[in-house]
Design a protein around this ligand. Structure first.
Ligand code: GLP
Length: 242
């Protein structure tokens, strides 16, 4: 595991974006695993800038997102489809037919999960998987539990996850109670994992995830088993890490 600590958010975002752009420069048809949430927004901004400056083209890449809320349509302002379009896809030359996000509106959600895994498998291995970290140690939407699902599945969101994500919804909107998420097994199959963590409120959990026992009660702790894990933290999130 490689832990990189940054004293400025701009430098962190630049480095994370450079790791992604260099993956695409080396392999223009790279398979990218993408994440949502507040953490990657600055990274996506930097990727858009890199694209506009001609440093990288996403024309031939394929993308697979970690998760999506159940019940939100792609044009709902809090769906992860909408987020990806607004923050990245519509600003770069990615081919929309090669961007993949599970559909939270599918009639048969289990079938949607099965097909999503099949699509990822057919694409070959994900070259680099971007990950954020939930306050309870979740990755994607894999919540702490006695047992974790390996493949893509439907999950009931923990109360604290709903509460943390409520900040993105308007007052009258309810945060969906369920989501589709890639499983931990699917995530761990990626060639390289890039975990990005920002803010003092994540200092404890990032320490637990990276240096504590490997346990399903902290899904991110399973990342310790991956041979190519790079972790980017700001000073605040990394304050408890040596
Ligand atoms: C959300 C997402 C995760 C994300 C995490 C942290 O619930 N499903 O993929 O990494 O929570 O989000 P944030 O970056 O906004 O703190």
């Amino acid at each position: 595991m490689n832990i990189l600590k940054f004293d400025s958010e701009a430098k962190l975002n630049e480095t994370a974006a450079r790791i992604i752009t260099s993956t695409v420069q080396v392999n223009p048809s790279a398979v990218l695993g993408l994440a949502t949430g507040g953490t990657p927004i600055g990274i996506y901004k930097q990727l858009v800038q890199d694209y506009k400056e001609g440093l990288v083209s996403f024309k031939n890449v394929s993308t697979y997102n970690l998760d999506e809320y159940v019940g939100l349509s792609p044009d709902h302002h809090q769906s992860y489809s909408y987020y990806m379009n607004e923050n990245l896809f519509k600003h770069v030359d990615v081919d929309a037919s090669r961007t993949h996000i599970p559909s939270g509106l599918a009639d048969n959600l289990d079938e949607e999960c099965r097909q999503y895994d099949e699509r990822i498998q057919a694409a070959g291995r994900v070259d680099i998987q971007l990950l954020g970290l939930g306050h309870n140690g979740h990755i994607g939407f894999n919540e702490p539990a006695e047992e974790l699902s390996s493949s893509t599945h439907v999950v009931n969101l923990a109360a604290e996850t709903k509460q943390a994500n409520a900040r993105f919804f308007t007052e009258n909107e309810e945060v969906p109670g369920q989501a589709i998420t890639m499983g931990v097994g699917t995530i761990l199959k990626a060639k390289m994992l890039m975990l990005v963590v920002k803010g003092a409120d994540k200092a404890e959990i990032v320490k637990r995830a990276l240096t504590g026992p490997i346990t399903t009660q902290c899904p991110a702790s399973l990342l310790q088993t991956h041979p190519q894990l790079v972790v980017l933290v700001d000073e605040a999130a990394g304050s408890l890490l040596r």
